[in-house]
Design a protein around this ligand. Structure first.
Ligand SMILES: Nc1ncnc2c1ncn2[C@@H]1O[C@H](COP(=O)(O)OP(=O)(O)OP(=O)(O)O)[C@@H](O)[C@H]1O
Ligand SMILES: Nc1ccn([C@H]2C[C@H](O)[C@@H](COP(=O)(O)O)O2)c(=O)n1
Length: 286
């Protein structure tokens, strides 16, 4: 049996388990309207937890809970309480209550990290920068870590296998429903592997459009000691962006998912265009 077949089997197993969990939580909520149910994301599947996490949130939407991820992941617990069950969201399907992911893309230095920091401050979403995760991994001293260090120095894109497992781990640890994934997917390999492995489709893609000359000036002025903020690597990164990342933006644009932002303005002016897009998504959060 191939690894892919085994992974697919795991996905379907997780979905079946999650579905029956939601069914039992929903049934209990309807049968015991004076009970508060505590739902949580199951931990059985380390590899493919996203469907479970989505269903965990869906279950939480049916009931009054302190936090959907607060409890440890034993089967859903029905804790007798005086508070009534809020069934106002009972019509919400698992699909609607899934993780909400926004991909944040744009050339190197277009201001992705700067804008994400503002969104986190205002809306408290989880911000995962693929570049930051990879830079932290570089320091592990493992063979993978050393490979990542070399690839970043050369402005190349690290294989999805490494980046996606770092993202998965961080998403699980972060435990939030709304996630900004900054600097990912960077190429078709990233995009296809992420979709196949997690089943997650972005709500939309924030695309920061900025002229290269402006980005170059910003990167050369950034004083963070990054091994790739030198003119030689910056030029390579621009080339990789145009050749490998722009097709991803075009892919999502064809699906009507791209929100293009003029990033060649003061950070506050850029944010004035960004914030309503994310604010609109807040109303759909569970
Ligand atoms: N709108 C802006 N106007 C001027 N400078 C900016 C603006 N946005 C960000 N900067 C500055 O430009 C530099 C790069 O910004 P930032 O790190 O947010 O870009 P990025 O797109 O995340 O870059 P990378 O992809 O290389 O990580 C930083 O020094 C930041 O302070
Ligand atoms: N999906 C990704 C994201 C980043 N990298 C590597 C290659 C980039 O040049 C570098 C820095 O990323 P940034 O901080 O500019 O977003 O990290 C990658 O290989 N794959």
């Amino acid at each position: 049996m191939t690894v892919r077949t085994r992974l697919l089997q795991q996905v379907f197993r997780s979905l079946r388990q999650a579905t029956s969990r939601v069914e039992s939580v929903s049934k209990a909520a309807l049968e015991h309207p004076t009970v508060t149910l505590v739902a949580c994301a199951p931990q059985q599947s380390k590899r493919m937890p996203w469907s479970c996490l989505g269903y965990g949130f869906a279950a939480a939407s049916l009931v009054t809970v302190a936090s959907p991820l607060e409890a440890s992941c034993s089967p859903a617990v029905a804790a007798p309480q005086t508070a009534g069950v809020d069934l106002s969201n009972a019509g919400m399907t698992a699909g609607k209550a899934k993780l909400q992911v926004i991909f944040v893309l744009g050339g190197p230095g277009s201001g992705k990290g700067t804008q994400c920091a503002k969104l986190v401050q205002e809306f408290g979403l989880l911000h995962l920068s693929a570049g930051d995760l990879l830079r932290a991994h570089m320091k592990s001293g493992t063979p993978d870590g050393n490979m990542v260090a070399e690839m970043i120095k050369q402005g190349q894109i690290v294989p999805s296998r490494v980046t996606i497992s770092l993202l998965e781990e961080a998403m699980l640890k972060g435990g939030k429903q709304q996630v900004l994934i900054d600097g990912f997917p960077r190429n078709e390999e990233n995009r296809a592997a992420f979709e196949a492995q997690t089943g997650i489709e972005p709500e939309f893609v924030l695309f920061f459009n900025c002229p290269e000359a402006v980005m170059e000036k910003r990167l050369l002025g950034r004083q963070e000691g990054r091994t790739d903020d030198n003119i030689e690597t910056i030029r390579k990164r621009f080339k990789v962006f145009m050749e490998s990342s722009m097709p991803i933006i075009n892919f999502y644009d064809a699906k009507g998912r791209v929100r293009k932002i003029d990033a060649d303005r003061d950070p506050e002016d850029v944010y004035a265009d960004v914030r309503p897009l994310v604010e609109a998504l807040q109303s759909f959060a569970v």
